[in-house]
Design a protein around this ligand. Structure first.
Ligand code: KIV
Ligand code: ZN
Length: 518
């Protein structure tokens, strides 16, 4: 393979739409996937893993449409080590200018036991499936799942077989987030030294974050010779998630002195895509998350504030602008006009058509009337709310009676498929009463798995963002909403989750259990 990339160029492989979307409850709609893929492509991601085409018709359609839409990025789909998976994957990615098939099999003793294959039988399976993929596509990635718990001799053997069968990228997954930086580096070094043909292919690193070491493990692998990092926006992913794209990219940029590797990522787009992924996945970013957390550039203590005023470098190792965060946060108020709102939303990453702007402007004015100051985060919450799934149900009216005298009650009107339905229900507190009212109007057996409230900005007039997670027969869905009234936000979040549940019920296909690959 002739590769003209400089030796220090690291490819960024984003798997937000595949591994990230597997986080319980993080399901995105078709349009949301297309939007995120476009943002990834625009920010300079080299390879986008767009989904797992055999998992469901929805996944297949999403991967096919992302493949058609992509301008620069390689579009990759995941496939198990089975001909039918690989064929289905090819059917979806072949529309891309630059398609890739990614096929994998679990090679550690624990994973070999599942299909009950001997080492030799698995080796043969790897040879035939990688060869099959390579006959369809000249860009093939192969992964020995749970590589970090696979016997070294066997790992070398199967990597050699995959290279011999035509794999052009070999990904080394730390599927359960078990490795540590030195071991991660040693593994790549060993493979490069021992496997014939290793110089001809690209080694990738794919780290999960179960011990909080995913980013460090990925960077250690790069130092040892890996030239592709697999990651997700906000570190989204099953359990503790994956290596976060923003962390590796900014680490390579800020510490270029000791990590002299470069990526093609436009870092000024990081904050925007982080916010969009948080909004569409329903997974808010933790406040103290590196790079993209709300507090990542906030300074509270007097000493820090004093230092910042004199020289920002005293307490900041990168500039907020480097990740696309505007320096000033307090911007809008009730006198701000449409043009200012459009401009501000553009800075925050939202490009709105005129009719969308009109709608958001009305909501912005209503918010500005209720709140003295409208911060960037308030606007993001407003946008999150207005872009959350328009489902068959909407909250039209809510009045609650609460206070020291029980029982609390809620008077609710829900519009269901265009028709208004009204009910009054009681409960143990206003939120319980409201949820009981929703249940009376839309009976269901989903269990409330999580109810979480956080204030978007400071003050008693702050908007509350409420996240609701529901579980029904093993399926998890989330809903989110923001409002200055916590109970209204709760009602809307609950109804959003139910709308998502309805979509999920419709979308569920027999093959859906396949989604549980790390
Ligand atoms: O974590 C993992 O092993 C995976 C593979 C499918 C690459 O996601
Ligand atoms: Zn994974």
């Amino acid at each position: 393979m002739t590769d003209k990339r400089p030796d220090n160029r690291v490819l960024i492989f984003d798997t937000t739409l595949r591994d990230g979307e597997q986080s319980p409850g993080a399901t995105m709609t078709h349009d949301e996937k297309l939007e995120i893929a476009e943002l990834l492509d625009e920010m300079g991601v080299d390879i986008i893993e767009a989904g797992f085409p055999i998992a469901s018709d929805g996944d297949f359609e999403a991967v096919s449409d992302i493949a058609r839409q992509a301008k620069n990025a390689v579009i990759c789909g995941l496939a198990r080590a089975q001909f039918k998976d690989i064929d289905r994957c090819w059917e979806a990615v072949r529309h891309a200018k630059r398609p890739r098939i990614h096929t994998f099999i679990g090679t550690s003793p624990l994973h070999r036991a599942i299909p009950n294959l001997t080492m030799d039988e698995m080796a043969a399976r790897i040879h035939e499936t990688v060869s099959h993929a390579r006959n369809l596509c000249d860009n093939v990635q192969w992964s020995p799942m749970d590589a970090t718990r696979t016997e070294h001799d066997y790992l070398c053997r199967v990597v050699e077989i995959a290279i011999g069968a035509g794999a052009t990228t070999i990904n080394i997954p730390d599927t359960v987030g078990y490795t540590a930086p030195r071991e991660s580096a040693d593994l790549i070094r060993m493979l490069k030294e021992r496997v014939p043909g290793a110089d001809e292919i690209v080694f990738a690193t794919h780290c999960h974050n179960d011990l909080g070491m995913a980013t460090a493990n990925a960077l250690a692998a790069v130092e040892a010779g890996a030239r592709q990092i697999e990651c997700t926006i906000n570190g989204l992913g099953e359990r503790a998630g994956n290596t976060a794209l923003e962390e590796v990219v900014m680490a390579l940029k800020v510490r270029h002195d000791i990590l002299p590797y470069s990526t093609g990522i436009d870092t000024t787009r990081i904050m925007n895509i982080s916010r969009r992924v948080a909004a569409v996945s329903g997974f808010p970013v933790q406040y103290n998350k590196a790079i993209v957390g709300k507090n990542a550039f906030a300074h509270e203590s007097g000493i820090h504030q004093d230092g910042m005023l004199k020289n920002a470098q005293t307490f900041e190792i990168m500039r907020p602008e480097d990740i696309g965060l505007s320096a000033s946060n307090l911007v809008m108020g009730k006198h701000s006009g449409r043009a200012a709102l459009r401009d501000k939303l553009r800075q925050l990453g939202y490009e709105l058509a005129d009719n969308q702007l009109n709608d958001v402007f009305v909501r912005f004015k209503a918010l500005a009337d209720r709140k003295k100051e409208v911060y960037d985060d308030d606007l993001v919450a407003l946008m999150t709310d207005s872009t959350s799934a328009e489902g068959q149900m909407q909250v039209k009216f809510l009045r609650v009676i609460c206070g020291t005298e029980a029982p609390q009650s809620a008077d609710l009107i829900l519009t269901i498929n265009g028709v208004d339905h009204q009910v009054t229900a009681q409960g143990d507190g206003p939120v319980d009463a409201t949820f009981n009212a929703v249940k009376k109007l839309f009976p269901h057996s989903a269990r409330l798995a999580l109810y979480q409230v956080h204030a978007v900005t400071e003050g008693t007039d702050a908007q509350a963002t409420v996240s609701v997670r529901l579980e029904e027969g093993g399926k998890i869905v989330t809903g989110q909403s923001s409002d200055t009234d916590t109970v209204v936000a709760s009602a809307k979040a609950y109804v959003n989750a139910l709308n998502n549940l309805v979509v999920r019920r419709e979308k569920t296909k027999p093959a859906d259990e396949l989604k549980s690959v790390s």
